[in-house]
Design a protein around this ligand. Structure first.
Ligand SMILES: NC(=O)c1ccc[n+]([C@@H]2O[C@H](COP(=O)([O-])OP(=O)(O)OC[C@H]3O[C@@H](n4cnc5c(N)ncnc54)[C@H](OP(=O)(O)O)[C@@H]3O)[C@@H](O)[C@H]2O)c1
Length: 260
C-alpha cells in the first residue's frame, strides 16, 4: 500500500491573507493536494479573483472578506467558515503587513500600532478562534488540527528600520509555542514558518531597487528570490497527518540566506 499522508481529501484549510502572495501559494498547493479551502483577505475583489483560481483545482472554496485586525470579524468569519465547510483541520495565520520607516527614531507610533493590529492582534484572534473550534471538536471525540503562524526572519535577525514588524513576528513565534503546549492534549499542533526574501507585493519596493538586487540577492545561496509556490510543500506537510507529532517548531524557508 502506498504511503499517502499528503492526500488531503476530506480536510479543510483556512489561510488568512490567502488571496495573493505566500498565502495564495500555500492555498494553491493545499487545494492541489485535495483539501477544501477557505481564504480570508480584506479586499473583496482580490478574494474573488483568488477564489476563481483555486476552484480550478476541483475542491470546495470559500472566500471571505475578513479584516483580521477586527476581533468580531474574525470570530464571525471563523463561525461562518465552520458552518459552511463543516470543520477546519488547518488554520494558517498568514495575513500580514510590512510597514517600515526610514529609521527607528522616525518610526511613527501610528505605524507601530497599525503593524501590531494586523500582524499580532490578527494572529491572536485567528489562533484563539481556531483553538476554540478545535478544542470543542476534540471534546466531542474528534481530536486533531494544525495551527500555523507565518512569522519572518525578522523575528530572529536584526531587522533594521523594521522594529515594529520584527516585534510582531517574534510575538507570533512565542504565541505559537504557547498554543502548541496548551493544545497538544486535543491533538492540536502549532508551528511557525519564517520566510526569507520572497517576491510578493510586500517586497515590490525591494524588488524594484537596483541596490537590493546588487547587494542582498547575491547573498542568498539559492541565488534567487523565493516564490509563493516555494511555500506549498510546507503548507501541505503541516496540514497532513505526516506532521501529526511535529509541534512547536519553526521552519525557516529562505534559500539558506540566514545561515550564510
Ligand atoms: N514577502 C516576504 O519576503 C516575506 C518575508 C517574511 C515574512 N513574510 C510574511 O508572509 C506573510 C504573507 O506576506 P506576502 O509577502 O505574501 O504579502 P502580500 O503579498 O502583501 O499579501 C498579504 C496578504 O495579507 C492580507 N492582509 C493584509 N492585511 C490584512 C487584514 N487586515 N486582514 C486580512 N487580510 C489582510 C492581504 O489581503 P488583502 O489585501 O485583501 O487584505 C494579502 O492576502 C505576511 O505575514 C508577511 O509578513 C513575507
Amino acid at each position: 500500500m502506498a504511503y499517502q499522508p499528503f492526500d488531503l481529501t476530506g480536510k479543510v484549510a483556512l489561510v488568512t491573507g490567502g488571496n495573493r502572495g505566500i498565502g495564495l501559494g500555500m492555498a494553491s498547493a493545499l487545494a492541489q493536494a485535495g483539501s477544501d479551502i477557505v481564504i480570508w483577505g480584506s479586499n473583496a475583489e482580490r478574494n474573488q479573483a483568488a477564489e476563481a483560481k483555486l476552484l480550478e483545482h476541483g475542491v470546495r472554496v470559500k472566500a471571505q472578506t475578513v479584516d483580521v485586525s477586527q476581533e468580531d470579524q474574525v470570530r464571525e468569519g471563523m463561525e461562518e467558515a465552520v458552518a459552511a465547510m463543516g470543520r477546519l483541520d488547518s488554520v494558517i495565520a498568514n495575513a500580514g503587513v510590512g510597514y517600515g520607516a526610514p529609521s527607528f527614531i522616525e518610526m511613527k507610533t501610528e505605524t507601530y500600532r497599525k503593524t501590531l493590529a494586523v500582524n499580532l492582534d490578527g494572529v491572536f484572534f485567528t489562533f484563539r478562534e481556531a483553538c476554540r473550534h478545535m478544542a470543542e471538536r476534540a471534546k466531542s471525540g474528534d481530536p486533531g488540527g494544525s495551527i500555523v503562524g507565518v512569522a519572518s526572519l525578522a523575528a530572529i535577525e536584526g531587522a533594521a528600520r523594521n522594529q515594529a514588524y520584527a516585534a510582531t513576528k517574534g510575538g507570533v513565534i512565542s504565541m505559537m509555542k504557547s498554543v502548541a503546549v496548551e493544545h497538544a492534549r486535543y491533538g492540536v499542533r502549532a508551528n511557525a514558518i519564517l520566510p526569507g526574501w520572497i517576491a510578493t507585493d510586500m517586497t515590490q519596493g525591494a524588488q524594484d531597487n537596483p541596490a537590493f538586487a546588487e547587494k542582498v540577492i547575491p547573498r542568498v545561496p539559492a541565488r534567487r528570490w523565493g516564490q509563493p509556490a516555494d511555500f506549498g510543500g510546507i503548507a501541505v506537510y503541516l496540514a497532513s497527518d505526516a506532521s501529526s507529532y511535529h509541534s512547536g517548531d519553526t521552519f525557516v524557508i529562505d534559500g539558506a540566506y540566514s545561515i550564510f
